[in-house]
Design a protein around this ligand. Structure first.
Ligand SMILES: Nc1ncnc2c1ncn2[C@@H]1O[C@H](COP(=O)(O)OP(=O)(O)OP(=O)(O)O)[C@@H](O)[C@H]1O
Ligand SMILES: [Mg+2]
Length: 374
């Protein structure tokens, strides 16, 4: 489910990602670029499709600190800190460096710029469903509908079955945000194929089990999302105010260190640091995240009567030493750091490098894969 651009955006290349709505299967692109403009870095992947197989053609990343002092995006401003022009130049630099020539691109939209919810509708036919979603959506989203683009997916129930209530997962994105991405794509010489909420990209690149429920937690530099995916369907997505940057700032002020030194210490020693000041500082910040995860899982159990079987940690901060083990100990569930590249073909020599980078690339990979779905 990638968000289509509304017709009034006057974009020539509006294509549907749902094959059932597009009989011209052969016009599906063979290559797609996925772009995640994160706070700490911009991640770009290029993936190609041949039959059922997919190949990681190229990838690249540019860290904001290497270019500018400011992060690429910022919660307070809703979108970027930097101008569209600078973001597009940074993207162009990665594309050139990684020799990515594919023009079609899908951008992920950050969790703090999207609104996700789910709601029930009474039994109805598939034909009635679209209108019913748009008619009912305004009561579930806190944004003016006229300034918002909506995307939705049926996550349970059977249209046409008179006894089957229908559950809808709805994503709302402010039009201004979409316009920003259109501008960035254009300035970077790309053709915007679609935009998609981060959480949907994550679910696609990491969750392959058709059975069971998985909680996917993405911990980036500025924000965290806790998502529940049930049988490949994203059912819940919450944004939470926990971030890798916050961990670095706390170490830096607790130990009186500069940012670079504090960042290095955090990444190298993390929760298992022999220095009590470091581990204590980090535990104090990690505990609320675990509590929040517990709350999401228990709410999910109450609403759906289903237990989450597995927890995935992703995003750069997933690599914090000791974090996976601590989650496992407190939640008493299997916790893994999945590799978003593991189902793709790539030269084996890159295996170790890609494994280390994978947590930061989950979103970019997922949105690129969305453009290649058949
Ligand atoms: N080994 C490590 N241990 C702990 N944290 C790490 C490690 N490696 C990277 N990080 C942290 O990961 C963060 C970057 O992760 P990521 O690339 O997922 O962020 P982002 O997508 O740019 O941010 P956001 O999604 O919040 O906008 C930084 O805060 C960095 O300090
Ligand atoms: Mg991110």
């Amino acid at each position: 489910m990638a968000l289509e651009l509304p017709a009034n955006f006057n974009i020539e290349k509006i294509k549907k990602l749902n094959i059932f709505e597009n009989p011209l299967k052969m016009f599906f692109p063979k290559k797609m670029v996925g772009i995640d403009v994160g706070t700490a870095s911009i991640k770009i992947v290029e993936i190609s499709r041949w039959g059922q197989g997919k190949t990681l053609e190229n990838y690249g990343e540019i860290k904001s600190v290497s270019l500018f002092k400011e992060p690429f995006r910022n919660v307070e401003k809703g979108s970027y800190m930097l101008s569209n022009y600078f973001v597009s130049r940074a993207i162009r630099a990665v594309l050139d460096e990684a020799r990515i020539r594919t023009k079609g691109a899908i951008f992920s939209i950050p969790d703090f710029s999207t609104f996700c919810t789910s709601f029930d509708l009474p039994p109805m036919t598939a034909k009635e469903l679209n209108d019913a979603v748009y008619y009912n959506a305004p009561q579930y989203i806190p944004l003016p509908v006229t300034e918002t683009t909506l995307d939705w997916k049926l996550i349970s129930g059977i249209p046409g079955d008179k006894k089957s209530p229908l559950r809808i997962f709805l994503v709302a994105i402010p039009n201004q945000i979409i316009q920003d991405y259109q501008k960035v794509a254009q300035l970077a010489g790309l053709e915007l194929y679609a935009v998609e909420a981060e959480a949907l990209g994550l679910a696609r690149s990491l969750v392959r089990e058709k059975k069971g429920c998985i909680c996917v937690i993405d911990i980036g530099a500025q924000s965290t999302t806790i998502n529940v995916v049930d049988k490949l369907n994203l059912k819940k997505s919450f944004s939470f105010d926990f971030s890798g940057n916050q961990l670095t700032y706390s170490i830096s002020s607790a130990l009186g260190l500069g940012h670079v030194e504090a960042e290095e210490l955090k990444n190298r020693e993390g929760l298992i640091s022999a220095k009590e000041e470091i581990s204590k500082t980090l535990y104090l910040l990690v505990d609320p995240l675990i509590l929040e995860t517990k709350r999401v899982l228990s709410d999910f159990y109450q609403q759906e009567n289903k237990d989450v079987d597995l927890v995935y940690l992703t995003g750069g901060t997933a690599a914090l030493p000791g974090l996976k083990e601590y989650f496992q100990e407190i939640l008493k569930k299997n916790v893994e750091i999945p590799n978003c590249f593991s189902e793709l073909l790539y030269p084996p020599i890159l295996g170790r490098t890609l494994e280390n980078m994978a947590p930061s690339f989950s979103v970019a990979t997922g949105v690129a894969l969305g453009g290649l779905e058949i």
